[in-house]
Design a protein around this ligand. Structure first.
Ligand SMILES: NC(=O)c1ccc[n+]([C@@H]2O[C@H](COP(=O)([O-])OP(=O)(O)OC[C@H]3O[C@@H](n4cnc5c(N)ncnc54)[C@H](O)[C@@H]3O)[C@@H](O)[C@H]2O)c1
Length: 277
């Protein structure tokens, strides 16, 4: 963001600065926040939920696959964590609102939100139907919008919040046969930056992780279909010489959700083994 633009926004911020006392109060609760993770039945979302739970947070796991998040939440509870699983299609605003209402009832107001729900699809640009385009945008971009709009009021009331969106390195690099996917993830990056600026004065940070190639069920399905090269082939060409893991993403996400990351907002924190610099 150009400095002159920042200056032009200063009037908007006056009188809304997060005080030191508020920050100290927040720190006392640092490891006992209510966190919602979408796409938490598998892959990165599941690893993020597990990591945030092991840090002491209370976790709501939200996913299209209700059975899988119910099981994952039960496994977290067995380790002593407070956790619930809620079925919701993030493209359905009512379903998202119902899931967040349940989180309120059972865990409390939401202070951490991580949006990992998403899907990919490979198709030549001229073969992408309007329906396929709309569904991609509805889940990956509008789904993120729904989830963030549903929890921002809690964060404003608390004067503290951490939002991490999962975008994609393809929004930086481009990708053939993925125009609708890449457009949806570019939208997520833009949404993240817009909200970072809007909510910075309220103690809410908003960052995105654009993962590179990560070994998850999504990547394995793409490999099996022949849409992506084999995981081993990608690993061999990756500068750090291995494929990324869901835990690589969870570690970066846990940092962005921590008290320590309070001065980091509006950033795209690439976790990609050195593919995109
Ligand atoms: N795996 C990669 O290499 C890679 C790279 C860049 C970005 N990403 C992004 O990372 C995120 C996580 O991907 P992953 O690899 O863990 O995928 P995954 O398919 O392994 O897990 C995604 C989860 O999201 C859920 N989901 C899908 N659509 C949903 C919807 N409409 N509502 C609620 N839940 C829904 C699925 O049920 C699944 O549990 C996605 O947004 C993906 O686009 C993945």
């Amino acid at each position: 963001m150009a400095f002159s633009y920042l200056e032009s926004q200063l009037a908007h911020y006056s009188g809304m600065v997060h005080t030191r006392d508020e920050a100290r109060r927040s720190e006392e609760n640092a490891m006992n926040r209510v966190a919602v993770v979408t796409g938490a039945a598998a892959g990165m979302g599941l690893a993020i939920a597990q990591r945030l739970a092991s840090a002491g947070n209370q976790i709501a796991l939200v996913d299209l696959d209700g059975d899988a998040v119910t099981r994952a939440a039960a496994e977290l509870r067995a380790t002593g964590a407070r956790a619930l699983g809620a079925e919701a299609d993030v493209s359905d605003r009512t379903a998202v609102d119902n899931a967040i209402a349940r989180v309120h009832d059972e865990l409390g107001p939401v202070e951490i939100m991580v949006t990992s729900a998403g899907f990919d699809e490979f198709q030549a640009f001229t073969d992408i139907t309007t329906e396929a385009w709309d569904r991609m945008l509805a889940v990956n971009l509008t789904g993120t919008f729904h989830c963030l709009q549903a929890v921002i009021p809690d964060m404003l009331a608390a004067g503290w919040g951490r939002i991490v969106t999962i975008s994609s390195s393809s929004a930086q690099s481009g990708a053939a046969r993925m125009a609708h996917y890449v457009a949806s993830k570019g939208g997520v990056v833009g949404l993240t930056k817009a909200l970072a600026v809007e909510y910075a004065p309220h103690g809410i940070t908003v960052n995105t992780i654009p993962p590179g190639f990560i070994d998850t069920p999504m990547a394995r399905r793409a490999e099996a279909r022949g849409d992506l090269p084999s995981i081993d082939a990608v690993a061999a060409r990756t500068p750090v010489r291995r494929a990324g893991t869901p835990d690589d993403i969870a570690a970066a996400c846990a940092y962005l959700c921590s008290e320590d990351a309070g001065y980091v907002t509006g950033q795209a924190i690439g976790v990609n083994g050195g593919w995109y610099l």
